[in-house]
Write a protein that binds this ligand. Structure first.
Ligand code: FPP
Length: 230
């Protein structure tokens, strides 16, 4: 499937959010430790960013580490933190080249202290990029984000501004069909797509296929279908 053709022929979702599930199963299928699955998952992150740029997606939000993931074994948590660290160090140049702005959402007070300056640096250096907004959700809980927004916002608009843009297309890989405390407010009218592929297998064609299905769905936002309201 050619990225350029797809971009011209289909309605591209402005905001794509992905629950990157299945790294552990991918590793298990190959007799590898779970950390190897996450390493392969990090490669899929790079592919998803590149593909989002090609297809003209405006915002890509990736669920990298949920607030509940702290319950995982310490070596796995440490491996994930090392992968974020590596990503923040090695990907800035590519992001600047491609016009990708990095934002990290979620709590920062429980992250390893060495990660914070790297996050701030990545956000600062890419602040002027406008092609794609890449939001990495790390130590993220949508319920926490909602509670926090509710403490300051007085109107729906302020609430939405505090949380971020509405999601158009939510993709979860690896077959499970649940939201797992991810972008609950922002997904109010999102098209939900659950695919069987494991996250490390996800590539440009996978995103293209999801966008194609999205473009064939009719979004009504509580109204009527176009032909019924004519
Ligand atoms: C879920 O798979 C995945 C995660 C909890 C972590 C996601 C992390 C990455 C994709 C890699 C690093 C990311 C960046 C941004 C560099 P799982 O472990 O729950 O899989 P399973 O359900 O098959 O066990």
């Amino acid at each position: 499937m050619k990225a350029r053709t797809l971009q011209l022929a289909h309605a591209v979702p402005r905001h794509v959010a992905i629950i990157m599930d299945g790294n552990g199963r991918w590793a298990q299928q190959r007799g590898l430790i779970r950390q190897e699955g996450h390493r392969a998952g990090a490669k899929a992150v790079r592919r998803a960013v590149q593909a989002s740029c090609k297809y003209g997606v405006a915002t890509l939000t990736l669920y990298a580490f949920s607030s509940d993931n702290w319950k995982r074994p310490q070596p796995e948590v440490e491996a994930l933190m090392l992968l974020f660290r590596h990503f923040l160090i090695t990907e800035i140049e590519e992001c600047l080249r491609e016009g990708v702005r990095i934002r990290v959402i979620g709590r920062r007070d429980r992250l390893p202290r060495t990660l914070i300056p790297l996050i701030e640096k990545a956000e600062m250096e890419t602040a002027g990029c406008t092609r794609l907004l890449l939001r990495l959700a790390v130590d993220y809980s949508s319920r926490d984000a909602i509670v926090q927004a509710a403490a300051t916002a007085r109107t729906r608009e302020e609430f939405s501004a505090a949380l971020g843009p509405d999601v158009d297309l939510l993709i979860r890989t690896a077959g499970e069909q649940r939201l797992s405390d991810y972008l609950l407010w922002e997904c109010a009218y999102a098209e939900l797509m659950f695919v069987e592929e494991l996250w490390p297998e996800f590539d440009e064609a996978s995103l293209g296929a999801a966008i194609e299905v999205y473009s064939r769905r009719e979004r009504r936002f509580g109204g009527l279908a176009a032909k019924q309201s004519a």
